[in-house]
Every structure is written in structure tokens, then in C-alpha cells.
Design a protein around this ligand. Structure first.
Ligand code: ADP
Ligand code: UDP
Length: 241
């Protein structure tokens, strides 16, 4: 592995992370910023300390997933805010698994929050803020050539394998993994997990009190957002300094 990586130009400034090229065409640097956004960018804020915690949280989870045999883009932490990752050709698709009802499924289907979903529900969304990330299915993905059938099968399989690993990891820390969103990309012909796994992109509730310990604290104006992320990190054993 190239130990001394050189940071090059900014490729993409997303809502919460910035992506930089490096001197290695197969490697990128992800910078986790303090910026927080919800409702497709309609609500934004800077939350001091969020970038650092999410960078470390993501590293910890990606390493656990890799250890469980799930291919991820994560290579190593570079600094408080930065991680080195493999450069993927991202699919414009979000893969969501739900173990309990919350968020958009409640609005869409008129069901109350907190119902157990057994078996879990899988949903695809198109990654497109202007269109508000519409729900899509495998026929859309096939017809618009967003991914091949084999890539779709791999994304579904990997997303459910992530559920098995992380449901247990969080349950052991007294937490319910309510739902989460994953993004995948192609790396030299292999479907690899990219982007991030942090409380910005999943829902985590205290198993006893059902207190929300994820980005819903920001969406719903509950306060204590970074403190909740730190609480989850502490409980699952993410090294924080
Ligand atoms: P958004 O695009 O939703 O505003 P972010 O602020 O998280 O999100 O921006 C990060 C961007 O980097 C996203 O577009 C994501 O798809 C992309 N990305 C994440 N991991 C990789 C990777 N390994 N290779 C290429 N692009 C990636
Ligand atoms: N999610 C995400 N980015 C998105 C949309 C959803 O990270 O652009 C996550 C969200 O945090 C939750 C899960 O995916 O953990 C399911 O989100 P949902 O469809 O309920 O949408 P929401 O109500 O969060 O808009």
C-alpha cells in the first residue's frame, strides 16, 4: 500500500463530505465536514465535532464490515477529518433496509413509527436531490442502465449481510438498528460498499427507552445531535482519541 499519499484537487463537495483526488488514480480522500443537512438540503447547520466523530465512526464500522467479509472502500484514517478510500464508480442508487418503521415509510404507507418489520424491508432510491431521491425498483435500474442485474443482486446481498453484522453489533450495545442507507460502487468489476456508515445515514434508538440517537435529532430539532453520536460511538467502542 502507498504509505505517503498526496492530496490533490477537490473533485466533489457534497452536503456533508468533500472528495479529493490523490496522486493514486485508484484512491480518494474523503473529508468529513461539520456540515449537516436534512430534507434534501433544505435544512442545514454546522455542528461542531460532527466531522471528527463521523470519520472515526465510519472507520470503525467499515473495518468491522470488512472483517465480516463485506468489501468496502475504506483503507485507513488519515487525520481527524479525513479517510483514504478506494475510488469507486458510484451507482446513482441508495439501498435502504428497514428493521422497524420510521421516516419515509411511515409517511408513504400511513403506518405508525416503531413497528417491527420481520422480514426486513428493502428499498431502492434514486440518488437525486432535485427529484427528492424518488423510490425506484429493479425495473427502473435495468431500463435506465444504472446498474446491471448482477450488480443489483450484489448490492442487495451485501446490504442484507451488513444488516446481520450491524444489528448484532448495535444490539450488544443496547441499541436498535432501525434503518440505514448504503451506497455502492464498481471497483475494477467488483461491487464495493462506498460512502459512509454513520448516524447521519441510519436510525439508532436506545433499545430500552427508544430515545433517538441519530440524525433524526437534527431533522426534528431535538438538540444534542453530536452528543448522541458520541454516546453511540462510546457504547459500541469506537476509539475517540
Ligand atoms: P451528497 O452527495 O449526498 O451530498 P456527501 O456530502 O456525503 O453526500 O458527498 C460524498 C460524495 O462522495 C457522494 O456523492 C458519494 O456518492 C461519493 N462517494 C462516496 N464514496 C466514494 C468513493 N469511494 N468513490 C467515489 N465517490 C464516492
Ligand atoms: N437516508 C440517508 N440519505 C438519504 C435518504 C435516507 O442517509 O438521502 C437514510 C436515513 O437517515 C434513514 C434511512 O436512510 O436512516 C431511511 O430514510 P427514509 O427513507 O426514512 O427517509 P427520511 O425520512 O430520512 O427522509
Amino acid at each position: 500500500m502507498n504509505e505517503s499519499i498526496e492530496k490533490r484537487e477537490l473533485i466533489n463537495r457534497g452536503k456533508a463530505k468533500s472528495v479529493y483526488a490523490t496522486d493514486d488514480p485508484d484512491r480518494l480522500i474523503l473529508e468529513f465536514r461539520d456540515d449537516t443537512s436534512a430534507f434534501d438540503g433544505a435544512k442545514t447547520a454546522q455542528l461542531a465535532g460532527k466531522g471528527v466523530i463521523n470519520n472515526r465512526f465510519n472507520a470503525f464500522i467499515m473495518e468491522r464490515l470488512e472483517a465480516a467479509g463485506i468489501p468496502t472502500h475504506f483503507e485507513r484514517l488519515l487525520s481527524d477529518h479525513e479517510s483514504l478510500v478506494k475510488r469507486l464508480d458510484m451507482f446513482p442508487i441508495e439501498c435502504v433496509v428497514r428493521n422497524l418503521t420510521a421516516g419515509s415509510i411511515c409517511r408513504r404507507l400511513g403506518v405508525p413509527e416503531g413497528m417491527d418489520l420481520e422480514p426486513p424491508v428493502f428499498e431502492f432510491f434514486l440518488k437525486n436531490d432535485e427529484l427528492h431521491d424518488p423510490m425506484i425498483n429493479e425495473y427502473h435500474i435495468r431500463a435506465f442502465h444504472w446498474a446491471t442485474d448482477a450488480q443489483v443482486a450484489a448490492m442487495k446481498d451485501l446490504t442484507f449481510r451488513v444488516n446481520e453484522v450491524l444489528k448484532k453489533l448495535f444490539a450488544d450495545a443496547g441499541l436498535l438498528l432501525v434503518d440505514y442507507k448504503l451506497e455502492f460502487g464498481d471497483y475494477h468489476g467488483q461491487v464495493v460498499l462506498g460512502d459512509e456508515f454513520t448516524p447521519d445515514g441510519c436510525r439508532l434508538w436506545d433499545a430500552k427507552t427508544r430515545a433517538k440517537l441519530d440524525k433524526d435529532r437534527f431533522r426534528q430539532g431535538l438538540g444534542g445531535v453530536v452528543e448522541a453520536y458520541q454516546e453511540v460511538a462510546r457504547r459500541i467502542g469506537v476509539p475517540l482519541d
